[in-house]
Design a protein around this ligand. Structure first.
Ligand SMILES: CC[C@H](C(=O)O)C(=O)SCCNC(=O)CCNC(=O)[C@H](O)C(C)(C)COP(=O)(O)OP(=O)(O)OC[C@H]1O[C@@H](n2cnc3c(N)ncnc32)[C@H](O)[C@@H]1OP(=O)(O)O
Ligand SMILES: [Co+2]
Length: 153
């Protein structure tokens, strides 16, 4: 008899529900969204599909989509923004990799139990209609990882 574990999923299948699926986007820290919009529009030969400010993160973003690949450009909107500190310390460049998850709460629980350091204890509002959580780069070989779950209406 299979053991039922949360959401009526047999235990041996449950791990398949809590995992990082696709790369949702690559985050690139930039000094000027206007200048980088122009540069990446030339590079991709496609214009950004949206601009969105996330005041809680102190960023304004620009999103490009090339087939299934999403690129998020991020400019700081205040000196305390993580992007401002990053650009000041490391210059412009790749800032984070975001992964899509089906169930961010279960995934945060799983990763916490695996010893990863969550930078926010509960999911927070991200851009592009997502709930997000970040893992400390010190625990992921120096790469800032973001988890993204599509907000359900
Ligand atoms: C949510 C909107 C949008 C979305 O997709 O929806 C976004 O993606 S918003 C993105 C901006 N928000 C965040 O990045 C939130 C998570 N980040 C943080 O909490 C901080 O930036 C943190 C904790 C990663 C670093 O902050 P801290 O104040 O500790 O800055 P330090 O410069 O002291 O960094 C400590 C240590 O970490 C290294 N570091 C910092 N940022 C990164 C990074 N992006 N990738 C890799 N490593 C990073 C930094 O170099 C320091 O290492 P050290 O060896 O001591 O130099
Ligand atoms: Co992001």
């Amino acid at each position: 008899m299979s053991v039922i574990f949360g959401r009526n999923v047999p235990l041996h299948l449950h791990h398949q529900l809590t995992m990082l699926t696709n790369v949702e986007h690559l985050g690139i820290a930039v000094k000027s969204l206007a200048a980088s919009d122009e540069l990446f529009t030339k590079l991709f030969n496609v214009a950004p599909y949206k601009h969105e400010e996330v005041a809680s993160e102190g960023v304004t973003t620009s999103f490009f989509k090339i087939n299934q690949t999403k690129i998020e450009l991020l400019e700081a909107t205040n000196p305390d923004s993580p992007i401002a500190k990053f650009v000041e310390k490391k210059g412009e460049g790749i800032h984070h990799i975001a992964f899509e998850v089906d169930d961010i709460l279960s995934e945060m629980e799983r990763l916490k139990n695996e010893g990863f350091v969550l930078l926010n204890e509960t999911p927070k509002n991200g851009a592009d209609n997502k709930l997000v959580c970040f893992l400390h780069p010190k625990g992921t070989n120096g790469v800032l990882i973001e988890l993204c779950q599509e907000k359900k209406d």
